[in-house]
Design a protein around this ligand. Structure first.
Ligand code: 5MY
Ligand code: ATP
Ligand code: ZN
Length: 425
């Protein structure tokens, strides 16, 4: 890890966006190596000493869980483990061509303190309230900026989209209780939106558009918040897109959906999400065995029929129980990652650049495209109880809600809000 970012480097990095766990910055300095890259810095929840994604190293139970992946359990710190998780687990599941390497760089405390100060005004208030740049971290990750095609802003036209597809299938596990049967016919995304709305979190827009690396549609911090491109500005942004690319909005959406279908990029994502075979209502039992604690779900269940069913999970051999939880966590990563696709126009018939291309009949234009997954972080094992409790909360709240279009399951309401872009099932 040769590169070190010090206080004097902070001015070259500007806020690009953030999620729950990381702040992302793009480079505006003069280093040719750094141009076209983003820096992903971990955050720490307000009032906590642990990063959003868990403590500094893998816990003993996590080492047991991931024991088959040597590179992962031997990682000296959690951020190295994150890197190895992407390389040795997620890349294998989703296909290496859709995942770029991350470069770990050393960051000085002064660098992080300056970044923290510099980005403050651009961050959405609700993100500031939740977590801040972790100035005690000693490393961060450099990643290719996927909102650009080749990494050289403003040299060529590039339109990019970011989509957070969320879960693309309906669960059918036998461990879903009768009381929660609604999960088999209404998507998790739809039900969760009801709860979020009730909790004062406005409906999230999981779709962003970038023009030459700059956000022109969608929220910076992960939702349509105060930092989002506001609706009256949206028209101007879309007009800009049309002006420079020659693409009308319907053609643009067609370009995105055609690319997704013809590339098959979401097929592997869906298959990875479907590793969650038992649903959290099954996987939670295996979790309690792994942490060698009495199962709280069984303890709170007075139903002999259910207890009998759950006992089949508790009596599985350790290897099988480990696999259930491992698969559940891998699927959770796949349900939470985002896909970025960048496009650049090319002359019809031009090939040889090594990129795939797509011809859009409606506008008679050809484009090269590049599709990459981002945010493939490992989910902490200790989050299993949270997953179980959140699941119950979402279903309970949804059952009390009045959803005019909730049932029967409607294929136009799945996962992502861009209705044209859907999984094959
Ligand atoms: O639980 P969900 O489905 O709401 O997903 C969380 C995301 O919410 P979303 O619904 O996509 O807006 C959430 O995203 P936002 O904060 O809403 O942008 C995080 O991605 C969170 O993961 P982590 O805590 O960073 O590891 C996500 O948590 P995980 O469930 O993936 O661990
Ligand atoms: N390689 C990249 N190229 C361009 N933009 C990126 C890249 N990585 C992240 N971003 C931008 O930064 C935002 C936040 O990044 P990321 O999703 O990795 O954060 P996170 O905190 O891990 O998210 P989550 O809330 O899902 O946990 C993304 O939504 C995207 O807009
Ligand atoms: Zn149990």
């Amino acid at each position: 890890m040769a590169m070190v970012l010090g206080a004097e480097d902070a001015k070259d990095w500007i806020y690009k966006g953030e999620g729950a766990a990381n702040v992302v910055l793009s480079y505006r300095g003069s280093s040719l190596f750094l141009l076209g890259k983003v820096l992903r810095i971990q955050k720490v929840p307000k009032g906590s000493t642990h990063s959003v994604n868990g403590c500094a190293v893998l816990s003993g139970h996590e080492k047991l869980l991931w024991g088959d992946v040597e590179e992962l359990v031997e990682s000296k710190s959690r951020d190295i483990a994150m890197q190895n998780y992407i390389k040795y687990v997620m890349s294998h599941m989703l296909g290496p061509k859709y995942i770029d390497d991350m470069i770990r760089v050393t960051v000085c405390r002064e660098f992080l303190e300056s970044i923290k100060k510099n980005v403050h005004d651009q961050r959405p208030a609700w993100r500031i309230d939740a977590a801040e740049v972790d100035a005690l971290c000693d490393s961060a990750f450099l990643i290719s900026d996927h909102s650009l095609f080749t990494g050289t802003p403003r040299v060529e036209l590039c339109v990019a989209v970011e989509i957070k597809p969320k879960c693309g299938f309906l669960p059918s596990s036998e461990f879903i209780t009768k009381a929660n049967a609604i999960k088999k016919s209404v998507t998790r995304f739809r039900m969760h939106q009801f709860l979020k709305l009730h909790q004062g979190e406005i409906s999230k827009n999981n779709f962003r558009i970038f023009l030459n690396g700059s956000l022109i549609f969608g929220g910076l911090g992960g939702g349509m918040d105060s930092s989002a491109v506001r609706s009256h500005e949206t028209n101007t942004a879309i007009e800009d897109l049309i002006k420079v690319s020659g693409l009308q909005l319907p053609s643009f959406l067609e370009l995105v959906s055609e690319t997704i279908f013809s590339s098959g990029v979401l097929d592997q994502l869906l298959a990875t999400q479907k590793l969650d075979v038992l649903d959290i209502e099954g996987a939670i039992h295996a979790y309690y065995n792994i942490i060698s604690q009495p199962c709280m779900v069984c303890k709170n269940s007075g139903d002999p029929e259910l207890l009998d069913q759950y006992s089949s999970l508790h009596s599985l051999p350790l290897e099988k129980r480990l696999k259930i939880v491992r698969d559940y966590l891998i699927a959770s990563t796949a349900k939470d990652c985002s896909l970025m696709i960048s496009f650049r126009p090319v002359d019809s018939g031009s090939t040889g650049s090594g990129y795939n291309s797509i011809f859009l009949e409606s506008s008679n234009q050809s484009f090269e495209y590049k599709a990459r997954f981002i945010d493939l972080d490992m989910k902490p094992l200790e989050k299993m109880v949270h997953y179980y409790e959140l699941d119950q909360k979402i279903v309970n709240f949804y059952m009390k809600s009045d959803d005019p279009g909730g049932t029967p399951y409607d294929s136009t309401t799945r996962g992502t809000k861009v209705r044209k872009i859907q999984y094959h099932q």
